[in-house]
Write a protein that binds this ligand. Structure first.
Ligand code: ADP
Ligand code: MG
Length: 311
């Protein structure tokens, strides 16, 4: 199969079509129209085999996750994703692998009406790069640098699940069938919180998606905003599957330090009404720099993981 056959078979026709794509796959470049009073928001994320996913990961999950992590960046900005390009490097043109990979990618592209407008296909060690483009009403985008002392800190969903799933994949822990199924789906098919991010526009002072762990990613907000925070660690949202699988202290460590959950962490002024339900209050922004983790009895808790050294 030639490179051109490959592109047309797996990537050219099946993806959602959008009226704002003036010229899609097939020319030297793609052309799209940005609606008036909207800003273009772009991000790019690369997944390298054996670095960002274990070699045993199913191709359909790799396709799904490659877009999911990019959509999560759009969610963190409050943007609506619309177009993507795909740079695919494969060691060989394996038809079964490509079919499954494109199915996983197509599934999440259809869920979110994202058009595949172009890309590049090369031979080499398995690497998937997706560049995502989204739209946001002008001057409303969510950033990391707007957190203010007094803001309440929230996180969507539950955290620590993907970290536990990764431990299971690496055979560092044996999980019940149900906990394994749940945590692996959290690891391989994260849910980008797009609707939540969009509802936070004009309400949140700052937002970020949790890809490296709560302590590290909240740390980016604190640094960019030149503020500190105290975290109520007993408030952290933990799934039943996580709580059933490991001792409470281990669950807290995973929630603080494990990455790959792709939940949103955001801060909003106390005076604002929370525009979403599926989130949990976890602490307060303060003027004192640094991050203080506090238990419900008021004791200071020092996370074991390295993420902490940033502070
Ligand atoms: P060029 O030589 O001009 O870079 P290519 O041969 O790389 O063109 O690609 C031909 C067309 O196919 C282009 O429109 C490009 O965007 C598209 N394309 C190439 N690889 C992919 C891919 N993996 N997914 C989607 N579109 C692709
Ligand atoms: Mg090219």
């Amino acid at each position: 199969m030639s490179e051109f056959d490959l592109i047309s078979r797996y990537f050219a026709t099946k993806f959602p079509q959008r009226p704002d794509v003036d010229l899609g796959i097939g020319d030297d470049a793609a052309v799209c129209t940005i609606p008036p009073n909207m800003q273009l928001v772009t991000a790019i994320d690369t997944l390298v085999a054996d670095v960002h996913f274990p070699l045993t990961t199913k191709p359909e999950d790799i396709g799904y996750k490659a877009l999911a992590v990019n959509l999560s960046d759009m969610a963190a900005m409050g943007a609506t994703p619309v177009w993507m390009t795909l740079a695919l490097t494969c060691p060989e043109f394996n038809e079964v692998w490509l079919q499954k990979f494109s199915e996983g990618l197509l599934e999440i592209a259809q869920l979110n009406q994202v058009s595949l407008i172009g890309g590049d296909t090369t031979r080499g060690p398995l690497t998937i790069t997706i560049q995502i483009a989204g739209l946001v009403p002008s001057n409303t985008v969510l950033k990391r640098n707007g957190a203010k002392p007094g803001d309440s800190i929230y996180v969507t969903g539950t955290i620590g699940d993907a970290g536990l799933g990764l431990q299971a994949v690496k055979q560092q822990i044996v999980l019940s069938k149900l906990a394994k199924k749940y945590t692996l789906s959290r690891l391989n098919r994260p849910t980008p919180r797009l609707a939540e991010g969009q509802k936070l526009l004009k309400v949140a002072n700052s937002a970020i998606d949790i890809s490296d762990g709560l302590v590290a990613d909240l740390g980016h907000i604190l640094k960019a905003s030149n503020v500190g925070a105290s975290l109520q660690i007993d408030n952290l949202p933990l799934s039943n599957e996580l709580l059933e699988s490991v001792p409470y202290e281990v669950a807290i460590e995973l929630a603080l330090s494990a990455g790959d959950d792709y939940e949103l962490c955001f801060t909003i002024p106390e005076s604002e009404i929370l525009p979403i339900n599926s989130c949990t209050y976890i602490g307060k922004i303060e003027t004192d720099l640094g991050l203080r983790c506090v238990t419900k009895t008021g004791d200071i808790f020092i996370p074991k993981a390295n993420g902490y050294q940033h502070f």
